[in-house]
Design a protein around this ligand. Sequence first.
Ligand SMILES: [Zn+2]
Length: 633
Amino acid sequence: MNKLFGREKKEKLKNAAHINLGGVYVLGVMYCILMVVLIAVQANVRYTIRADRLTLLPREELAKLKTEQTERMDDTFRTDSPDTHKDTLLVIEDGDAGSEKAQKLYIPVFSQMKIAYDVCTAETLEPGMIREYDKIVLAITHYPLLADTIADLKVWVKQGGNLMIAYPPEVSGSYQTLYEILGIKDSGDTTLVEGLHFDKNFMIGGIAKDYYIIDAYDCSLGLSITDDCEVYIRSTDEYSVPLVWRRKAGEGTIVVDNFGILEKAYRGIHCAAYSLLGDYCIYPVINGAAFYIDDFPSPVPGGDGQYITRDYNMSISDFYSQVWWNDIYELAKKHNIYYTGLVIEDYSNQVSGEFVRNREIRRFQYFGNMLLRSGGEIGIHGYNHMPLVLENFDYKDQYDAYIQWPSVEDMRNSLNEVFDFTHDLFKDEELLVYVPPSNVLSEEGRKLLNETSIRSVAAVYLSTDMAFEQEFDVSGDGMINCPRITSGCVIDDYMELAALSELNLHFVNTHFVHPDDVLDEDRGARLGWAKLYKNLCNYYDWLYKVCPKLRNMTGTELAAAVEHYDLVGVNREFTDDRLTLKLDNFNGENWMLFRVNNGKKLLRVRGGGFDEVADGLYLIRCAKDEVELEIYK
Ligand SMILES: [Zn+2]
């Protein structure tokens, strides 16, 4: 449908007027109807499909709340603040590489789970301190450092303490003295773990399949354990090794995390292991899934169209409108997904001067309006695909085609142009989400975004060379960080495990769809679109099979969910059969994952609702700032 069609119709109507006046009347009415339809198509009418979109707090208010929270947290986590009771003690070893890796993993995990913790070194741990804590996590390699306290730790466990071994340590006489309570019969050398097999349905998605490890290495201890250990995860290898187990020891519990890969992509495994300590563990989560489409809408992407010609015998442009978009659209419909498309106005190399308006807008209108009508959102990627970095930025010879911007002013001018361009096309869109081209963004560029309508930056969760790495959180200036975890149509073992991990740590999934996968051999173009699409379908099918409760969201809605998650303060009061949550900064709703151990069950929730998402793991909806969970013993 286009304006030309309207003009042709008009010509025909003119001719008709000479022939029959009654016919003119009928044709006139038809013409008016046709014009109304054409105007509706061109006018970017936004059809809101869902009423209950989450909304963002005003930027200044959010920045203020975040600053206050950071000050409060600094106070709480100050080791010299004796008045706040902390549940967990993390014992570390100074100068040891293994312990440092573990700290880099567990400290953000505890902070994000909003677990109050103290940190002390193995040398400064004193017998008198042990009794102060409910849970102690040993993140050390050399257990002889605990020579003075190991006997007290054992007594404390038997009297009700909960002890976790955070990663496989060096086997020593001191470590072996713990074997009696850890349930270890015998230990050998470090051993290869090629994959994870879940013996118990304790993590979301765990038992759906086995998960394999890319670039596997010797990351656990080969050992045999006693029959009274409950194994949750073991290796997939022929002679499998227990990787996570739990054991009752007297009144207390033991958790051994014998899975030594302590990287960000595996956080959820270690978080789940920690949650097995004691009777209960509850922590706030995001509850959201968002799907971002790279360079969409944009001019027809350049690239190698040979696999499109091979399989479809059509132009790149026709392939996108006739094949690719139909498939992606159908997939969204099947799972009720609301895509967030990121606009590129022009594939130029321009980084200075006047940024000329792209007048070729038919593709933008066609795809953009389809996206909006299916409940999606439009955000900004850039005037062109040049990342917002100045000449002080080092591309380390990795992006030969990229040119740095000469000045902040030039970057600003290009942003002004793409915002104006996009506003003209999609008048109801607020343009709140930004994805940096090639995931590269400088501090200068990031600051500039604060001058625009952008409220959320969606870069990457897992670090690669020079990518802008983020956590799911709010920055001090009120910008909301919603990193993308997985991407593309070739979902490898690493991405699968990262997706599994994040469902269990943050109850979140974020995926980046690249329309040009089919033009890029490195991203699987040779496989052909049919196969790439099948991969994507399988990934989505897996996600919604293992996690049907996950809420689908646009980028802005996810930002609002991250805002709720990040701002909330959690006060927990446990009694035998009851847990009372008191929430600070409550803003209408919050979500939690609640682990109940020792065969207990959640009976009812006052002030909210719940769903069991794995055995003994509940998704809790908090509808009030005070929520009471009643547990059946
Ligand atoms: Zn892009």
